[in-house]
Design a protein around this ligand. Sequence first.
Ligand code: PMP
Length: 400
Amino acid sequence: MDSSVYMDFFARLAQETGDRKREFLELGRRAGRFPMASTSDGEISLWCSNDYLGMGQHPDVLDAMKRAVDEYGGGSGGSRNIGGTNHCHVDLERELADLHGKEDAVLFASGYSANEGSLSVLAGVIDDCQAFSDSANHASIIDGLRHSGARKHIFRHNDGQHLEELLAAVDPDRPKLVVLESVHSMRGDIAPLAEVAGLAKRYGAVTFLDEVHAVGMYGPQGAGIAARAGLDSEFTVVMGTLAKAFGMTGGYVAGPAVLMDAVRTHARSFIFTTALPPAVAAGALAAVRHLRRSDTERERLARNARLMHGLLRERGIPVLSDESHIVPVLVGEDRLCRRMSALLLARHGAYVQAIDAPSVPVGEEILRVAPSAVHEPGEIRRFVDALDGIWSELGAARRG
Ligand code: PMP
């Protein structure tokens, strides 16, 4: 057999993939100009950025990064274990542990590797762990649990009753870990944290809460949804990203020192990779500190999310949920969704990515709109007008 068999397979796969092949819009984001960006066709506005608070452009953050580059140079020079640990990493870990009221925190190169690496340890190195995972959990959680080898019990999305049934069916003496997201990445809905915390206590489970779409944006000092509900101490491990509200890149877990030590010692995605550049950690630290002091960005984000949800409701444009700043406009058909996205960009210079499988189930294709703290109310009104016009033109279904 020659290599053409292999190459032919991928040629056929490309054909089958057709227009679902991923192509990326190339953006020139300019410091201080967010939510505007340039493309080869001119200037556009971003409606799907995860830099929800615009911290990736904040002067304090940029200054901290520049100072760190001058002081420490470019890359970190190694893995955390082998010469790559800088003061910036350690200071940031202390700050994040303090933000979440936990004993310790561990930084990773991304939120993806934080979930994958820490869950593969926290559910994997302990014998016979039973992992209870929300059916809509992020790929990084799924991969972490898969790599842990733990027995998985999948509960229906945000369904506490189903979680209880599954917990009750397991031998009470087995170690248990419940894993969920607070604000769901695609649906934007919020998990019933009080119910989950109560169940975890009743059934003796440890809890792992992904607050990727919440840290910096909700709760006192931006500590997240659990903190907003006064439940932060009920969740054993909080996981977050530096890549969304904090405007940088990187991920972390925060929790009891004994668990964080185990993660540091055993998590392969922590050990076998180069540490974040010090300037990235310094920028993230500046963002975390700023958002602990300032409510302005959070208030603007909440105002903008309320405005957009209200306008969409008035027009009967369906959304999957209206509980957070993630506005998942439900189109429910992949071609239609991509067409809407293309028309918004071509006619109105408004960029919102169409989201299809595997990020969402087939039939739940969405325009995942993310109004940021830096959009102006007038821009939000114009965006909804533009979407409304295209919605009518393409004959998409409205809410009754
Ligand atoms: N968890 C959730 C819920 C996410 O949505 C994402 C990314 N969108 C991640 C983890 C991974 O975070 P990062 O982008 O920092 O890798």
